[in-house]
Write a protein that binds this ligand. Structure first.
Ligand SMILES: [Zn+2]
Length: 251
C-alpha cells in the first residue's frame, strides 16, 4: 500500500460506511458494489489505521464509482417482485422468493430463489443465470468449434455494460449473462460470432463470409440483437448494448 505522509482527507471519511472482510491476502482492496455499498478486503493483520489511510487515499475514486452506480438506469439490476415473470431463453419463469437459505432451484416454470434480503436474492438470481449461461456455452459450442476448426480456451460469463460478448487473442470468450434473457437464436448468434473470432480476429469480409457459412440467417439475428435490451422489466431506461466487440489486446 502506498503510504501518504499525512492524511488531512481522512477526517472526511468518518461518514463512509463500509463492510470490512479480513482474509488471507497480502494487500488491501476496496470494492464498490453495484448497489453503491463499499467493501474492504484486508489482510488479517492490517491495522485500522492502514485501512483508514487507504480509504482516504482512494476516496475520490470511491465517490466517483458510487456516483456511477447511483446514476445507473434501473432495470436489470433490481430484484423483480415475487411472482414476476422472468424471461429465460424465449420462455418465462415465475419468480418465487422463498427467503432463507439454500440453492436456487428450478421446478418446472417456477424459479425458487432463497435469500434473507433482496440484495442476497438478487445476487443468487443473477448467479443462477450466469451458471445457466456457462453450462449452455460449454454444452453447445463443440459442434460449432469443430466446424470452425478452432476451440476456445475457456468461457467467462460476465455482466458487460456495453458488449454481448468478446474474444481475446488467447481464445478466451466472454459472454454476457443477459443473453439468457433473450431467445436461443440470439444466444447462438453471439456464441457462434465469438467462436468465429477464434479464426478471424476482426470484422473483415472473411469473418462475415465464415458467419454466413455457419449461420445463413446471421444478418436477421444480428438485427434482432441490436434491438434486444436484455432485462426482466418491460420498460427500462437502459439502451440496447452496442454491437459485438473483439478484444485484440493480449491478456
Ligand atoms: Zn465480433
Amino acid at each position: 500500500m502506498r503510504r501518504v505522509p499525512c492524511d488531512p482527507v481522512a477526517t472526511e471519511d468518518r461518514g463512509l460506511d463500509y463492510e470490512l472482510l479480513r482474509r488471507h491476502r497480502r494487500s488491501l482492496c476496496i470494492q464498490v458494489r453495484e448497489d453503491g455499498s463499499v467493501r474492504v478486503l484486508a489482510p488479517q493483520g492490517a491495522s485500522e489505521h492502514e485501512i483508514q489511510k487507504l480509504i482516504a487515499e482512494r476516496r475520490p475514486w470511491i465517490d466517483r464509482k458510487r456516483a456511477e452506480q447511483c446514476n445507473r438506469p434501473p432495470g436489470v439490476f433490481l430484484l423483480p417482485a415475487n411472482g414476476a415473470s422472468l424471461p429465460f431463453l424465449g420462455n418465462c419463469l415465475v419468480l418465487e422468493l422463498t427467503g432463507g437459505r439454500g440453492p436456487v432451484e428450478r421446478v418446472g416454470h417456477r424459479l425458487c430463489v432463497p435469500g434473507s434480503d433482496t440484495k442476497i436474492a438478487l445476487r443468487l438470481l443473477k448467479a443462477w443465470y450466469r451458471n445457466q449461461a456457462r453450462e449452455k456455452a460449454l454444452r453447445e459450442h463443440a459442434p460449432w468449434s469443430a466446424r470452425i476448426g478452432r476451440h476456445p480456451q475457456g468461457f467467462v460469463i460476465r455482466e458487460q455494460k456495453t458488449r454481448w460478448g468478446s474474444c481475446t487473442a488467447h481464445g478466451i470468450i466472454s459472454l454476457n449473462w443477459r443473453l439468457m434473457l433473450g431467445t436461443p437464436a440470439l444466444f447462438e448468434y453471439v456464441l457462434v460470432h465469438e467462436l468465429c473470432h477464434l479464426r478471424h480476429l476482426h470484422h473483415g469480409p472473411r469473418f462475415w463470409t465464415e458467419m454466413a457459412r455457419l449461420l445463413p440467417d446471421y444478418a436477421d439475428r444480428r438485427r434482432a440483437l441490436r434491438s434486444f435490451i436484455g432485462t426482466w422489466f418491460g420498460a427500462t431506461a437502459s439502451a440496447p448494448l452496442t454491437d459485438l466487440y473483439v478484444d485484440h489486446r493480449p491478456t
